[in-house]
Write a protein that binds this ligand. Structure first.
Ligand code: NAP
Length: 281
């Protein structure tokens, strides 16, 4: 399984960091009491701890103002023991989420939510792409699915999922069509796809008779009741490869978050070492 492979590859790296005096640390911020968000944050924190990564869990009340949230993020930006910051989406409506995301320092944006990080990803030199898009690309690579010259149809254009996964596929030389709620004739467009990415947030939305025989289907959807955005049984009949829900893109997304946190800790250690060399010269 791809998620386990990624996590196993991190164990030794975490040990090496600890030997060098650095314990990787992911700070998670949950604002309010949305039960699904609380579950996601808990799952991410537990996954960190299983791997020896410190999980610093911050839970702010639903009444938190934008300014208070920005102050918390700034404190974490300045905390040299924190390697990654994850602000759980969505925050309560009165909070300026974009401003909060963009306050996260680029070095600690392990969830790939900042505008700057998105720009870097789109231009092809992103350090930490959003975790679900990174997971989708990791699955594609692990299974040796050809991307170059293929037609990829992404259904959804959110800043954390549809847009960055479209950018990553484009960077891999796919021909990408990004669809959204104003797209006309969606089934006809999906039917042209060699690779379908479902990122729409509607249960069982993509139907078997929309997809081409032999296509590869990646279902990023995660709807109440553990239901994906793809109607699995009918699409399974047509696909050459398909990810299930649960157990497909979701666990790899968490593995990507852990990987980015470890990457960030290693980068910090590396730059400390470089600074010491400069100072001793
Ligand atoms: P989102 O912000 O609600 O975006 C949904 C996108 O789907 C929007 O771009 C929207 O178009 C488009 N859309 C809505 N109705 C459509 C229709 N009838 N036809 C075509 N496009 C339509 O959702 P998200 O945050 O990207 O999440 C999408 C799904 O992925 C959800 O199920 C979510 O739970 C899941 N997810 C999973 C993970 C994971 O770790 N596995 C992580 C993040 C999200 P407009 O832009 O025009 O509104």
């Amino acid at each position: 399984m791809v998620a386990n492979k990624v996590k196993n590859s991190l164990k030794e790296r975490v040990e090496k960091l600890k030997e060098a005096g650095v314990t990787p640390c992911l700070a998670t911020i949950l604002v309010g009491d949305d039960p699904s968000s609380a579950t996601y944050v808990k799952m991410k924190g537990n996954a960190c701890e299983k791997l020896g990564i410190v999980s610093k869990r911050i839970h702010l009340p639903a009444t938190t103002t934008t300014e208070e949230l920005l102050a918390t993020i700034t404190e974490l930006n300045n905390d040299e023991n924190v390697n990654g910051i994850l602000l759980q989406h969505p925050v309560p409506e009165h909070v300026d989420e974009r401003k909060a995301f963009d306050t996260i320092s680029i070095e600690k944006d392990v969830d790939g939510v900042t505008s700057f990080g998105y720009g870097q990803t789109a231009l092809g030199f992103g350090v930490f792409p959003s975790c679900t898009p990174a997971a989708i690309l990791t699955i594609i690579k692990e299974y040796g699915i050809p991307v170059q010259g293929k037609h990829a149809v992404v259904v959804g254009r959110s800043p954390i999922l549809g847009k960055p996964v479209s950018a990553l596929l484009l960077n891999e030389n796919a021909t990408v069509t990004t669809c959204h709620s104003y797209t006309n004739n969606l089934p006809d467009i999906v039917k042209q796809a060699d690779i379908v990415v479902a990122a729409v947030g509607k249960p069982n939305f993509i139907k078997g008779d929309w997809v081409k025989e032999g296509s590869v289907i990646l279902d990023a959807g995660y709807n109440p009741g553990n239901i994906g955005d793809v109607e699995y049984d009918s699409c399974f009949e047509k696909a050459s490869a398909i990810t299930p829900v649960p157990g497909g893109v979701g666990p790899v997304t968490i593995a990507m978050l852990l990987k980015h946190t470890v990457d960030s800790a290693e980068r910090t250690l590396q730059s400390k070492a470089e600074n010491e060399v400069v100072q001793s010269n």
